[in-house]
Design a protein around this ligand. Structure first.
Ligand SMILES: Nc1ncnc2c1ncn2[C@@H]1O[C@H](COP(=O)(O)OP(=O)(O)OP(=O)(O)O)[C@@H](O)[C@H]1O
Ligand SMILES: [Mg+2]
Length: 144
């Protein structure tokens, strides 16, 4: 587990750009945190770090945005996913998640559906400008 404190949106963007360097094709990153914690800011930083120069916003109408990039970036916001939805509602058959990097806001809406999350990023709002960012590598056995 790693833990970082950032003191501005800009610092979180830079942290996320840095974090993106360890990502590989097929990786799935779950972004947890309350409304306004900074999940979309982290998604934007990761996308920038991976070379994407376009806009990154929470997908509000679609559940998934695919950003044209090499590797492609799939940005999911499952806030509006119905409880007990299945993966077809996300459109798994339309996207090649395994070929790109997948970022998932509101992964708790998956209700235990296994989408192969590699990293979990937890964002906590400390005050207006301060965030605590924790990263858990779910493929690594954490030693207590
Ligand atoms: N240190 C910081 N890191 C990230 N964002 C910050 C920081 N300080 C302030 N902010 C502000 O917090 C807000 C984070 O918004 P963001 O849309 O990323 O949240 P979110 O977790 O995606 O929320 P939602 O659940 O609504 O999608 C932005 O307005 C950003 O400017
Ligand atoms: Mg968001």
């Amino acid at each position: 587990m790693t833990e970082t404190i950032t003191h501005s949106e800009e610092e979180t963007l830079r942290w996320a750009e840095d974090f993106s360097r360890q990502l590989n094709r097929g990786d799935v990153v779950a972004l947890r945190g309350n409304l306004g914690a900074g999940k979309t800011v982290v998604s934007r930083g990761i996308a920038r770090g991976l070379g994407f120069t376009g806009g990154v916003h929470s997908p509000s109408y679609a559940l998934v945005h695919e950003y044209p990039n090499d590797p492609p970036i799939f940005h999911l916001d499952l806030y509006r996913l119905a409880p007990h939805a299945d993966l077809h509602e996300i459109g798994v058959e339309h996207y090649s998640f395994s070929e790109g990097i997948t970022l998932i806001e509101w992964p708790e809406r998956l209700h235990g559906l296994d989408v192969g999350v590699h990293y979990e990023v937890q964002l906590e709002r400390i005050d207006d400008e301060t965030r605590k960012i924790r990263v858990i590598d779910l493929r690594k056995k954490e030693t207590p």
